[in-house]
Write a protein that binds this ligand. Sequence first.
Ligand code: NAD
Ligand code: ZN
Length: 363
Amino acid sequence: HTVPVALPGKSYDVVIGRGALGDQAGRIRALTKNPSAIVADEEVWKRHEKALRAVLPDLPVIEVPSGEKSKSWAEFERVSELLLAMGVERGGSVVAFGGGVVGDLAGFCAATLRRGCKLVQVPTTLLSQVDSSVGGKTAINTRAGKNLVGAFHQPSLVVIDTEFLGTLPRRELLAGYAEVVKYGALGDEAFFDWLEQHGGGVLTLDDAPLSEAIAKSCAAKAAIVADDEKEAGKRALLNLGHTFGHAIEAEGKYDGRILHGEGVAIGMAMAARFSVREGLCPPGDADRLERLLRRAGLPTRLADMGSIETTAERLVDHMKQDKKVESGALTLILLRRLGDAFVAKDQDPSRVLDFLAEETHLP
Ligand code: NAD
Ligand code: ZN
């Protein structure tokens, strides 16, 4: 599969499939003819160095410790200084090899190195394959919060080789699958139906359904990004499940007790239940969403994450701190039905509080 991302003056391809890395060797080499370097997640490098070396035998590599803590000022500085010492120049590329952490960090380095050099994304987690490698958002974390310093910087090529998912821990795979479900829920009921049929094959990594699901997800993201690159409107739909989800993640203190995709799964189910409670969405649609997530093995309720203790008040406070807040009222992404999400501005926090009070008391 090839999914084009159409952006004036900076269009690029997302190439998806088993063996895509080898198939794209010619294009990757062409993009790295000028001095270039690889930035790799150290765990991914340990397992998959050979595969990347078969395509790029001579590029220098910078290994980055795996985990969210690498999206830091300190790593940004270290990697940038190394890229400069390696002579990476404007006509060259940074090749990001790993999950969303390395993609965001290396992407931000590429965005700022010599005011911008090229970026090639070779994502290795399902989450990064369906979400973070496409669309051009790059960032690091700061003391004030996640992703608060960054840049829009589109890659020149995204190569998604599904082979890498074979070594991904099951829990990480499921977390990425939550974002796949998101694309169906927010804008494509036919894709949601398809996932109800073929989701099992995606999760057992059968090549045909897996590549199909990734391609559909990337195409959905590409269409939204082409329409609204800098998130002036429609791109916000991609945050379905994320405002509730970020609040839940924050209560897990971003320490790995709850993965981003798990927060999104619970957050999407909450957004759907809140939509039902507000009379906006038929209950059957929220049930279908919850069933699909649970069947995959994803959590849909706070109680599913046994170790997380919180209150409705704390969750609403986090939601207010989330960057999607405008003047006290909350902006949420809600559902009219499956496949039809909308940006709901000016949501009354007290109604959200009542809803969460019920939710947090659920068994
Ligand atoms: P990650 O990059 O931390 O990877 C998860 C874990 O899997 C890591 O421990 C990593 O070492 C390991 N791993 C990666 N590939 C592997 C493989 N093939 N085999 C075995 N292990 C492997 O996490 P992630 O879920 O990929 O990304 C999360 C990050 O993405 C967050 O920082 C989030 O903010 C960011 N993100 C960015 C965007 C965007 O638009 N830029 C969108 C969504 C998420
Ligand atoms: Zn997400």
